[in-house]
Write a protein that binds this ligand. Structure first.
Ligand code: ATP
Ligand code: MG
Length: 633
């Protein structure tokens, strides 16, 4: 086995040698002449002159050896549909979709906006774009019309691909009224919307720009569309960040660097091999979906499982039954899903045969210790936390078990991944932090292959936002806080804008949350800062209890509040003690499981939280509002 330390060192000291070697994992129609062009920092260009195609590498390349192996397994507990596509079948479907898109005028370099639920056609559409050299921009199906319109105007697509409806938790969500409203709001609405009719919405909006996919698919059922060979640095897709911290940024990704980075990550981080089955329970609208539902498993010749539904319908055992049924080897989801499952009967987990499962990967938000311990004990398998962003496309911090199986440390996603010159820096001086000292997580130039090339259509915003926020050094800022220990393990302490200032002390809300969640009665917690006449800001905690009745009467609530405050005093110090602890049944979160801290803070200060298109359950806002009002009364 390699040593992690040497491996990482080589990737930083000799990136050209390192990545030249990794580049042989994919097919190059024309070989590249330069591994890395660093002539125009902070921009980096990888594998210059090389020509390749993501669809070719994900599909066509496997036909010779695994045409009859499943490429895609589709399960919808919303519609009851289960289907499977071999690589040969996937190839045929992608060709049909590509032919239909081409007939509607889609060409190389043009954008196609994909606004679809979790259906196989979403995979076909993304791969068809890749095949044609068109740039896909997948917009999460849960977004409302104004958000969709804003993304249409930014990406200026020549075509939208959508469906009659999505479904979630047994409820049908009509898409056509949303698309119709977005089409009329947008300045740059395309001529056509290709519509996948799932026959879920009987009263879909009829407008002349809707084109039904099915008859066209029939017409082009034998189509063979050649792959466009793209220069490695041409864009493959645009994906907007989830907007937790402001106006979403169109993250633009390349072709060759992305393919190489994902293929390498499959071996070194995920230990996925050709023929394995991977189930990534996320959404195609997020980066985890792009990288680990679609591209990475297919690039590696694996079978990918795509799931439409929630983890608890028909019951909390559904995911584990899928593991048994499809002999799933790797699973990937977000901690929020595990917290949901934790509230279910553990017998549901033990009832399934999980012998095929090797590892569970979790990413997207902090993995708290109780959740991590619960799931790894329950599964008896390694649980690998990994930290990254839409911008990076693949993990920055992880235990890279395919390099060296370093021990896990609870509470830390692990050590810097090869390729990333990850450094914690002082926010004021930009100098590297000492061990144990809190700093901003930054990446030295250049970003490795697969990361964002720029903000779509706005190079200046890319430079200004990401590369000019750390004083004195041109380094990429993640806008996350962390702390690194003597062995290189990094712990994430929250986002740089989640800092509150209490009587002159700067505190990360995440640190206070960690302290509170170590209290035995606490299931979940969000801490926000609100204005305080005396101290500048004060911390407010919103706590979901394990047992909702524990704070049912005011006396019990008071006792609990005191014991939670005492826990913070013990773990963090009295300075972090929240001014108030409110008990609520649920916290407002995005569909992807991220806490909407800014919305909570707005409500706590009596402001309107604004438009929250990605909120999972809007009634959570009402609870915050009530909790604050009751205590004030
Ligand atoms: P926006 O950038 O628009 O505000 P966002 O940052 O929520 O949106 P993503 O790119 O999906 O959108 O999320 C990346 C962020 O999620 C990271 O910067 C970090 O704050 C958090 N995160 C991801 N993985 C982890 C992890 N394993 N542990 C802790 N935090 C994580
Ligand atoms: Mg972000």
């Amino acid at each position: 086995m390699r040593s992690y330390r040497d491996f990482h060192r080589e990737s930083i000291d000799a990136p050209e040698d390192f990545w030249r070697r990794e580049a042989s994992r994919i097919h190059w129609e024309t070989p590249f002449d330069t591994v890395l062009d660093r002539s125009n920092p902070p921009f980096a260009r990888w594998f210059c002159g090389g020509r390749t195609n993501l669809c070719y590498n994900a599909v066509d390349r496997h036909l010779a050896t695994r045409a009859q192996q499943n490429a895609l397994v589709y399960v919808s507990t919303e519609t009851g549909i289960e289907s499977q596509y071999t690589y040969a079948e996937l190839h045929a479907e992608v060709n049909r979709m590509a032919a239909v898109m081409r007939s509607l005028g889609v060409k190389r370099g043009e954008r196609v906006l994909i606004y679809l639920p979790m259906i196989p056609e979403a995979v076909f559409a993304m791969l068809a774009c890749a095949r044609l050299g068109a740039i896909h921009s997948v917009v999460f199906g849960g977004f409302a019309a104004p958000s969709l319109a804003a993304r249409i105007d930014d990406a200026k697509p020549v075509l939208i691909v959508s469906a009659d409806a999505g479904a979630r938790g047994g409820r049908v969500i009509d898409y056509t009224p949303l698309v119709d409203e977005a089409m009329s709001r947008a300045q740059h609405a395309p001529q056509k919307v290709l519509l996948i009719d799932r026959k879920l919405a009987p009263n879909r909006v009829k407008a002349s720009y809707f084109v039904d996919y099915e008859p066209l698919r029939e017409q082009y059922s034998d189509a063979q569309i050649p792959c466009e060979w793209l220069e490695s640095n041409e864009p493959s897709y645009i994906l907007y960040t989830s907007g937790t911290t402001g106006k979403p940024k169109g993250v633009q990704r390349d072709v060759g660097g992305y393919a190489v980075a994902l293929a390498a990550s499959m071996e070194y981080i995920f230990e996925g091999r050709a023929g394995d089955t991977m189930f990534t329970a996320s959404d195609i609208g997020w980066v985890v979906g792009h990288s680990y539902i679609i591209y990475a498993p297919l690039l590696a010749g694996m079978t990918t499982v795509m799931y439409e539904g929630t983890p608890i319908r028909p019951d909390g055992g559904i995911w584990w039954r899928l593991v048994e049924q499809y002999r799933i080897n790797l699973m990937f989801t977000a901690p929020t899903a595990i917290r949901v499952l934790k509230k279910q009967d553990p017998a549901l987990l033990r009832a399934a045969d999980l012998s095929s499962l090797r590892t569970l990967f979790l990413a997207g938000e902090p993995l708290d210790e109780p959740t991590a311990s619960w799931i790894s004990d329950a599964l008896g398998k390694p649980v690998v936390d990994n930290y990254w962003q839409t911008e990076t496309g693949w993990p920055m911090l992880a235990i890279q078990r395919g390099v060296e199986a370093l021990p896990q440390k609870l509470g830390s996603p692990g050590v810097p991944v090869y390729g990333y010159g990850l450094t914690l820096r002082d926010e004021n001086t930009g100098e590297p932090c000492a061990t144990g000292e809190k700093g901003v997580i930054t990446i030295d130039y250049p970003l490795p292959p697969g990361c964002m090339q720029t903000v779509w259509g706005d190079d200046a915003r890319f430079v200004k936002t990401y590369w000019e926020s750390v004083p004195g050094h041109q380094v990429y800022s993640t806008f996350d806080w962390g702390v690194q220990d003597t062995e290189g393990y990094v712990t994430i302490l929250g986002r740089t804008d989640d800092v509150i200032n209490v009587a002159g002390h700067r505190l990360g809300t995440r640190e206070i949350e960690e302290a509170i969640s170590s209290h035995a009665s606490v299931a979940e917690v969000a801490v926000v800062g609100v204005e305080d006449a005396l101290k500048g800001q004060a911390a407010l905690a919103f706590v979901v209890l394990r047992d909702a009745n524990a704070a049912a009467d005011p006396a019990a609530a008071k006792t609990l509040e005191a014991s939670i405050a005492a826990t913070v005093d013990r773990n963090l110090g009295a300075i972090g003690r929240p001014a108030r602890v409110h008990f609520v049944a649920m916290l407002p979160k995005t569909r992807s499981g991220k806490l909407l801290r800014r919305a909570i803070a707005a409500l706590a200060e009596g402001h309107d939280p604004g438009d929250l298109p990605t909120i999972e359950d809007a009634s959570a806002l009402e609870q915050i509002r009530e909790a604050v009002a009751n205590r004030a009364a």
